[in-house]
Design a binder for this molecule. Structure first.
Ligand code: ATP
Ligand code: MG
Ligand code: MG
Length: 391
């Protein structure tokens, strides 16, 4: 069979492997970890570093087309691959998403057309820039320009003294400082865009984070609590962001609705992920076409059809914390959780549970959101997870 390649061996790669294999493809995964979740599910596992010449050569030789499952794959490695094989998303799009300075610059440009801007921000790359930070950006959040995820590499600061300390604590690497906004709600949009420029998308989904890590995603086929207005604005903004990058593949764009003194609030674009996203895992069980299948289709040059959400869904992330009780290792009672209706359990096959580590997720599907929530709350309680606020 034709073989597709993936740079990266985490759970996103694993779910891509499952979708590709379902459609008859073989998959080769390149990841240095010999027991990575995707590597163990793949047909071929190349266990070298991401920049290893022999590893990249083997991936190119084996594969018709190559994608990436995490945004910190060295962009130079993708450029090497793209010289010989279709790579989606392309090295340029991934490079922009890897660097918050390039990403926010891109968002500012798109905002001129869409009206959806990022939080006010500045780049901090040297002591001069630090000294010239405008007062209106404080209190703010200092974020490393590169390599941050799950809230890592971020420090919340109240004033200039704390800002200077925070930049020292981050070893004075290039950063962005953005204004800390009063969030009313967080949302994300997932779209898939083909090489022909046509795109399809999922409905607006609502997200709750805990300690900087996505905890819960909810999506409602009867229109979201956000109101149709935010959904339309967010879709238009995400499509403009993708189009301006000539993006091919699945893209997730995160948004905030913030208090701006008005009754409705204002939509702000936060960041993007150049790949299927944790907030789209519900699409496996609640949609007729999952985000991973759309990634396969986009990569293989197959048609993209508009996905249909056929059920309300609540996705709970299963962090390593569920495997610990009172400081002792603990086996979650899956059999009990699986007595509940509409529960879909996904475990990633990770060998070690650590607090904060994404071990799996659970999607509850139901005919409507209140029913899905009621089941998800029960599951969360049995698993020792904090309930999430719903406003
Ligand atoms: P991810 O794991 O989604 O890639 P990340 O580490 O790249 O996360 P962000 O998405 O930038 O980080 O921020 C993490 C969370 O911190 C956001 O989802 C939001 O809850 C909060 N946050 C980030 N920026 C701001 C801001 N400017 N004002 C208020 N809250 C913010
Ligand atoms: Mg991020
Ligand atoms: Mg984020």
């Amino acid at each position: 069979p034709a073989t597709l390649g993936v740079m990266g061996g985490g759970q996103l790669g694993r779910m891509f492997v499952h979708a590709a294999q379902t459609m008859g493809y073989a998959v080769a995964v390149l990841d240095p970890d010999p027991v990575s979740p995707a590597g163990r599910a793949a047909d071929v596992h190349i266990a070298t570093g991401y920049e290893d010449e022999a590893g990249l050569a083997q991936l190119m030789q084996r594969c018709e087309a190559i994608t990436t499952e995490f945004e910190n794959v060295p962009a130079a490695a993708l450029t090497t691959l793209a010289a010989q094989r279709p790579v989606a998303p392309g090295p340029h799009a991934v490079a922009v998403a890897q660097d918050r300075i390039a990403e926010k610059t891109h968002f500012d440009r798109c905002a001129a057309h869409t009206g959806v801007a990022p939080a006010p921000w500045v780049a901090i790359t040297n002591a001069e820039a630090l000294a010239q930070v405008p007062d209106r950006l404080l209190p703010g959040i200092l974020k490393t320009a590169r390599l941050g995820y799950d809230g890592k590499g971020q420090i919340s600061v109240e004033d200039r003294a704390q800002l200077a300390q925070a930049w020292d604590a981050l070893h004075r690497v290039p950063c962005v400082l953005e204004q800390r906004l009063a969030l009313r709600a967080e949302y994300s949009v997932i779209l898939a865009r083909g090489a022909d420029g046509q795109s399809v998308h999922y409905p607006l989904q609502r997200n709750w984070h805990r300690n900087g890590i996505l905890a819960v995603t909810e999506v409602d086929p009867n229109g979201s609590a956000a109101g149709p207005d935010w959904a339309a604005q967010a879709m238009a903004a995400a499509e403009a962001i993708a189009a301006a990058l000539h993006y091919v593949g699945v893209l997730c764009v995160e948004f905030f609705v913030v208090d701006d003194g008005s009754s409705t609030g204002r939509l702000v674009v936060n960041e993007m992920a150049p790949r299927p996203h944790n907030s789209g895992h519900y699409t496996i069980d609640a949609c007729d076409v999952s985000q991973f299948e759309l990634q396969v289709r986009a990569l293989a040059g197959l048609p993209l059809t508009a996905p249909r959400l056929h059920s309300a869904a609540v996705m709970l992330n299963l962090l390593g914390d569920c495997w610990w009780r009172d400081g002792q290792p603990h086996s979650p009672d899956w059999a009990r959780v699986l007595t509940l209706p509409g529960v879909h359990l996904h475990l990633y096959g990770k060998l070690q549970a650590r607090p904060g580590r994404k071990m799996g997720h659970l999607t509850v599907t139901a005919t409507d959101l209140p029913r899905a929530r009621a089941v998800a709350w029960q599951a969360a309680q049995w698993l020792g997870m904090a309930p999430w606020p719903v406003s």
